[in-house]
Design a protein around this ligand. Structure first.
Ligand code: GTP
Ligand code: MG
Length: 482
């Protein structure tokens, strides 16, 4: 008997345990929301956009601002001297890795200094901020209150999977193939397209065929990444992460062109099944556990990288941001909705690493960002959420100086480029305020060097120097810290 009932019994047990755990999580979440004392900040950004550095700077500068209010002068809870304390606390989700804030800070402030590694797994942190409410009844009612700020950090490539949540294999394939027609993808996809073209009805449909197709498709994605393109799906094919075996069948599939007469139907069915498994086992949990219940969002955009990459890179980044942002729930959030159907009600779009250009160019950078995200931010505002744009540097690595360039005195940036031992002054070129015309692209000549964090020995106590982090935090958290 045990042989018959043993396994189903265990499965029921597991199901009940899973459901109880989810119910527990939901109850904790509702209680936290009802108290209005938790903000889940979704730091959204494509790979290498600056998420880890921004998360490190946000955590560290909030920790240090209690003793060094000059660090965040435009964050009102700090400038009004109401911030009484800040500390990293344990989260409820103890099974997830903790954000390696300490390691990142040690690298940034080390001798020699360095940047944190590219992230290869999800991790979270919770910062408790203790503050005095700003006047009025709240002040009389309670002396000090706490706000928990939850931050999640993850590999940027994985964000690109979110649009797949609402797509069938057919819909996803159609979108991918539409992009394959355009340069430079058409050039890079040659081998993959030749393989797909060879798949007649008599094609052998074993694992070997699928493995070959998946391998060619994966190589195509890597080639696109090398050309500076960002809209690459599935994200785990580019960065698999540690917890998923690359041998799992769901990690080997590829898109197919629209269904046609004489198609190898069984192949389509097999690929569809793998696509569904990838979406259900990887993408859905990523969204449900880390993004679905966010309150506020900062979208980090490396506009300068896209600009240096040329027109295709810029357009591709714009398209990637538009499709990603549609995956989040935006809208106004009354208290009832905040508790039971949370939505993101404030979104800050930030052009990151603005310390690569002199301060006179921040305005152009911000305007270029506005043009890039105009569609996405319009949709978000239509849903009722507030949006704002800014140019920021989470960790400022350069100073603004005047220098000679082509016989003219121009504003420049001065910092320590990677691989050098001395600081250099650099004129990076002129950031245009709008998307350049096809003719103008040819005439543009950017020179962006990768600067290292420099001279941050005292940052441990005095905080990390930044551009605009306080404005960012005021927009995202200011009202919740009143
Ligand atoms: N000058 C300057 N460079 C920055 C700044 N923030 C990030 N960078 C550069 O951008 C690189 C990527 O930053 P990360 O924070 O690791 O980017 P990420 O979005 O976490 O990247 P993934 O983990 O790969 O998704 C860093 O290694 C730095 O070279 C900044 O504020 N100023
Ligand atoms: Mg990272």
């Amino acid at each position: 008997m045990e042989r018959w009932f043993g396994e189903p019994g265990r499965q029921v047990e597991r199901l009940v345990a899973g459901a109880t755990e989810r119910l527990g999580e939901i109850a904790t979440d509702v209680l936290e929301r009802a108290s209005e004392r938790t903000v889940r900040l979704a730091i959204t950004g494509l790979s290498r956009s600056g998420k880890t550095v921004a998360a490190t700077a946000i955590v560290h500068d909030l920790l240090r601002a209690v003793d060094h209010p000059e660090l965040l002068p435009f964050l009102s809870v700090v400038s009004e001297r109401r911030l009484a304390g800040a500390k990293l606390v344990e989260r409820a989700d103890l099974h997830l890795p903790t954000f390696p804030y300490r390691q990142s800070l040690d690298l940034l402030t080390g001798e020699p200094p360095d940047w944190p590694e590219s992230t290869d797994r999800i991790n979270r942190s919770r910062l408790a901020l203790r503050f005095r409410p700003a006047g009025g009844l709240a002040r009389l009612a309670r002396d000090r209150v706490s706000l928990h700020l939850d931050i999640v950090d993850y590999p940027g490539e994985w964000l690109l999977d979110l649009p797949m949540l609402h797509q069938s294999f057919e819909e996803w394939s159609r979108d991918v193939f539409e992009r394959l027609d355009r340069p430079p993808r058409d050039r890079l996809a040659g081998d993959f397209l030749a393989f797909v073209g060879s798949l007649g009805p008599a094609a052998s449909l074993g694992d070997e065929t699928i493995g070959r197709g998946a391998d060619l498709y994966r190589r195509f994605l890597h080639a696109c990444a090398e050309e500076g393109l960002t809209l690459l799906q599935p994200g785990r094919f580019v960065k698999p992460g540690r917890e998923i075996s690359e041998n799992a069948p769901m990690m080997a599939f590829f898109p197919l062109p629209a269904r046609q007469e004489g198609d190898p139907k069984p192949l389509r069915v097999l690929l569809e099944r793998r696509y569904d498994a990838y979406r259900d086992h990887i993408v859905h949990p990523l969204y449900r556990d880390h993004f679905a219940r966010s309150d506020r969002q900062v979208v980090l955009v490396d506009v300068l990288k896209a600009l240096a990459g040329g027109p295709h890179a810029l357009a591709d980044m714009r398209d990637a941001l538009t499709v990603i942002l549609r995956s989040f729930d935006h809208g106004s959030a009354g208290w009832l909705r905040r508790i039971f159907a949370p939505r993101i009600d404030r979104v800050l779009f930030a052009a990151t690493k603005c310390d690569h250009v002199p301060l006179e160019q921040y305005r152009n950078l911000q305007q270029l960002l506005e043009e890039m995200i105009t569609h996405a931010s319009g949709e978000i505002r239509f849903e009722g959420a507030r949006t704002k744009t800014a140019a920021i540097a989470a960790v400022r690595c350069t100073e603004n100086v005047l220098g000679e360039h082509d016989g003219k005195t121009l504003p420049m940036v001065r910092g320590l480029p990677e691989g050098r031992t001395e600081k250099v002054a650099l004129y990076p070129g002129e950031v245009p305020p709008r998307f350049p015309s096809p003719q103008a692209w040819g005439a543009m000549n950017f020179r962006f060097l990768k600067f290292l964090p420099y001279g941050l020995r005292h940052a441990e106590t005095e905080g990390l120097p930044h551009v605009g982090l306080d404005h960012t935090l005021e927009f995202l958290l200011g009202d919740r810290l009143r």
